[in-house]
Design a protein around this ligand. Structure first.
Ligand code: SF4
Length: 81
């Protein structure tokens, strides 16, 4: 038996909740000095035009992103969640 919640399909509703609670990763490009430390530690960061860029801004599971955050010499990386 399936049921509806505010006309959302049950699976869509669950997916939205998962997306909302997924950890978020951000790089402040104004702070980034392009040292490349994050990209050398974690595949979720790449260097582009001399600045770090996040590959996936939301991840199901944090792997190396926290390490990259700690390695950033200017505190440009924020991992929330
Ligand atoms: Fe930029 Fe920090 Fe990454 Fe270095 S570790 S490239 S300063 S975000």
């Amino acid at each position: 038996m399936s049921y509806k919640f505010l006309d959302f399909d049950e699976n869509l509703f669950i997916l939205l909740i998962i997306i909302l609670i997924m950890p978020k990763i951000k790089v402040d490009k104004k702070k980034c000095i392009g040292c490349g430390s994050c990209a050398s530690i974690c595949d979720n960061f790449v260097m582009q035009d001399g600045k770090a860029k996040v590959v996936k801004a939301s991840v199901v599971e944090i792997t190396c992103e926290k390490q990259a955050e700690k390695s950033c010499p200017v505190g440009a990386i924020k991992v929330e969640g």
